[in-house]
Design a protein around this ligand. Sequence first.
Ligand code: CAA
Length: 246
Amino acid sequence: MSKTALVTGAKGGIGSSITQGLVEAGYRVIATYFPNGEAKAKEWFKENNYSEEQVRLFPLDVTDTAYCKEALTTLLQEEGKIDVLVNNAGITRDTTFKRMTKEQWDEVITTNLNSLYNVTHPLFASMCDHGNARIINISSVNGLKGQFGQTNYSAAKAGMIGFTKALAAEGARFGVTVNAIAPGYTGTPMVEAIKPEVLDSIKAEIPMKRLAAPAEVAAAVAFLASDAAAYITGETLSVNGGLYMH
Ligand code: CAA
């Protein structure tokens, strides 16, 4: 029987490649999308020629605790178990701290960090019961090094790393590994939204002088999800072209 993975923000820049990588590795993927994005999600599904067996589209508002609890409890009953959870959904609201509104702060903390509680909590006990499961949290280089204009995002992404280590300690005895991936600047709409002159100066700082391809991040996810990574837990794997070495 094939294993099942749940990927949040599955049709996004990195999420789409993660989904594709896991499908290629033989997983059935539960691909979550923001509930009002059904039409676009269906389009994405079609464009990628997925079958219903390979990918199940699943509406999920990762910011809504009660919604996640109800939807994911039902999902578990329907699917039996989730072997791999990839907490990937995330947003930016970049601005200098002086100008940052409480709303911009809250939006990023809620979507990028509180979502870890909302999505992981309804699934974690079942993952422990079944054992041999994986949780992979998509953090960021900017959670490790801090970034001008991203106090909200850097705080959330650093918080994801703390969560990863703490939950890794709790999951270890059950064979549930919990790891983070810290991508660098990756060729996605999120990065393309940065002003060209700012992006050029960021690229100049990257030792490899290029952005990551989304597939390069997806390959790290597929590795951490695999049986070969069973003894790796609480780790943060950087995929950043040398931008930050720690
Ligand atoms: N370090 C120090 N100073 C900096 C700086 C930096 N990294 N970046 C900008 N500054 C300075 C500028 O030189 C400028 O100085 P002067 O006023 O003396 O000229 C001042 O700060 C204002 O800079 P901007 O003109 O850029 O200000 P702005 O208000 O127009 O824009 C901003 C602010 C939106 C934060 C913009 O700087 C920006 O987009 N920065 C990039 C933020 C970033 O890296 N976002 C990543 C998004 S992708 C992502 O998050 C994915 C991932 O995980 C990697």
